[in-house]
Unconditional design. Structure first.
Length: 99
């Protein structure tokens, strides 16, 4: 017997999963920031704005190679999207890549 699930219900369940993940990510970032493990995202974005022009499209906190980094997508004035990897503890730009 085949079960039909309304599309709206599937969309709601998917959204709930995304929201739960976002809450977990936020809680983790807050804890790391409060313990001095990372700089606030606002401070990182301020440093980037002082050196580069563009609009931030997305920012994520990730762990890469045992290091916590911010991955930031930036749309430059030349309409090129670049992904910056920034050390979350020091604010040092580790890499910039065109997408």
């Amino acid at each position: 017997m085949r079960m039909r699930v309304p599309l709206a219900l599937l969309a709601a369940l998917a959204a709930a999963g995304v929201a739960a993940r976002a809450d977990e990510d936020h809680d983790r970032a807050l804890s790391l920031r409060q313990h001095g493990e990372i700089l606030p995202l606002a401070a990182i974005l301020g440093q980037i704005a002082a050196r580069r022009h563009g609009r931030v499209l997305e920012a994520e906190l990730e762990e890469k190679g045992g290091r916590i980094v911010y991955e930031i997508e930036l749309l430059g004035p030349d309409d090129i999207v670049r992904e910056m990897t920034v050390d979350a503890k020091t604010g040092r730009v580790l890499s910039v890549e065109d997408e």
